[in-house]
Ligand binder design. Structure first.
Ligand code: ZN
Length: 202
């Protein structure tokens, strides 16, 4: 597995500290409107995607059967939020987490980058995911059939966000930034708008 977490997010945390040294949940929801934060988060998503591709190339060479993604569909994702601070003088602290998707074989269950981000947020008692970045080749959505210019979180991830045990992490103004690999095309929209594009309600 890729052991990159904790290091790849560092430049993004620097940018977030530049925005605010005492972040509030509202700052997390605004963070991806800042172009430097956006650029840095997208570069990290790109890096996660490339690490997965490199890892699979290595596994192919050494004859390993299991892959990170058996059909070569790589998605990088980054979550931006705030967690509870450890000192009363700092009520919240920035939180950032980068991940990739996995689907080792046709029979194996897929596990998306977004699902990893949600799981990680809960592990560290993150109280608000204000921004989510998804970078992958676009394809028609498996559930809604919509082909958008960039890749949105899939139907299962949308369910995962909406589920009663995870919904508290998100806000009406949580921003989703989606982009095509190695392209300047990127979209910034709120979570409810992204859901609407797939005929779903937030
Ligand atoms: Zn998904």
């Amino acid at each position: 597995m890729i052991q990159a977490q904790g290091f790849v997010e560092a430049p993004l945390l620097d940018e977030l500290f530049r925005l605010s040294k005492r972040p509030r949940p509202e700052d997390a929801q605004q963070a991806l409107r800042d172009v430097r934060v956006q650029d840095t988060a997208l570069a990290i998503a790109q890096k996660m995607r490339h690490l997965a591709m490199e890892e699979d190339a290595t596994r192919a060479k050494s004859g390993e059967r299991d892959r990170i993604n058996y059909r070569g569909f790589y998605v990088g994702g980054v979550g931006i939020g705030v967690g509870l601070g450890r000192r009363s003088s700092v009520p919240y602290e920035w939180w950032a987490f980068a991940a990739t998707n996995t689907k080792p074989s046709k029979k194996a269950a897929k596990y998306c980058a977004e699902m990893r981000i949600i799981r990680a947020a809960k592990e560290v008692r993150c109280v608000c995911i204000g921004g989510l970045v998804v970078l992958g080749e676009n394809q028609p959505d498996g559930r809604s059939g919509e082909l958008r210019k960039t890749l949105d979180p899939c139907g299962e991830c949308r369910d995962c966000m909406r589920s009663p045990s995870n919904r508290y992490l998100f806000r009406q103004r949580t921003l989703i930034v989606t982009a095509q690999p190695l392209s300047q095309v990127r979209y910034v929209e709120t979570l409810p708008r992204m859901m609407t594009a797939h005929h779903e309600k937030w």
